[in-house]
Design a protein around this ligand. Sequence first.
Ligand code: FES
Length: 339
Amino acid sequence: MMYKVALNFADGKTLFCPVLPNEILLDAALKSGIKIPLDCREGVCATCQGRCESGSYTQDYVDEEALSEQDLAERRILSCQTRVQSDASFYFDFDSSLCNSEGTTEIITTVKEVVHVSAGTAILRTTVEGDTSLNYLPGQYARLQIPGTEHRRSYSFACAPGTQTLEFLVRLLPDGVMSNYLREHCKPGDTIAMEAPLGAFYLRHIDRPIVMMAGGTGLSAFLGMLDQLAEKGGAGFPVHLYYGVRTEQDLCELPRLAAYTRTVEKFEFTPVLSESDGDWQGKCGFITDHLALYEATDMPFDMYICGPPPMVESIKQWHQKSGQTSARIYLEKFTESNT
Ligand code: FES
């Protein structure tokens, strides 16, 4: 048996390495060609330190000069003393280039289908060739080469890692390179090259309730996370997704979101329309209009935000004004492309 371990770096790159049960993390990384900076290899110098973001581990000797009690409580680790006990992810506060590795993979995928799921949104499904699957963390994204052009566009994975069919939610623009390709040229069997994994937005170790906030096709990243939580039956804590779009016609994947209420324990979702017609019975306005529950509480929670810049900024401002101090915030702001 091998555990799958993701190593995330400050430059947003993620490297993966298989680790044997009880194997020292540093040794496993070196075997995979990932040269984590090191010095003493005895748990004293702290050169190899990182932080465990998900999964279980034990540590052999950790000198108190290397990591304090507080550091240990915050799941800081010394790679040369860490024995991995499950699939896991670790964060290192330096760039992946220090480890002599490129970090991302360029792969060729084949278009399986394009499905229009709302007025302005399509799901692109592609398959990975051969019997390999692509390594990434739920929430991360890929840069897709648009066939017949020099252009690349970034899309979050809308599926859990480990499958051969990859999914991406794509916002359809009136005149965008990817949008035009999907509308006019895309057909099953086309090949699309993509670079992945990218981004520092991914599901962390879960030890408290989770609040997810999706704006438009920012939902894509959360579908990947929720697919993974569904595989485990839940997070062990409540998960609440707020999903903001302009009109009811912009909502997509509602049956899939409804299915998560059965497959992810304690999951609920709240769609919010900024422009509702008279028939809409649900929440109206902006997501921040419906967060009073999280203002008047010291309950710790993790807040994940993924959407266009104005939405992300408004939630950040709400958070600053709310006086909330117990939330950990992770966010992904789209770089908006109008073409
Ligand atoms: Fe010195 Fe790990 S290399 S503590």
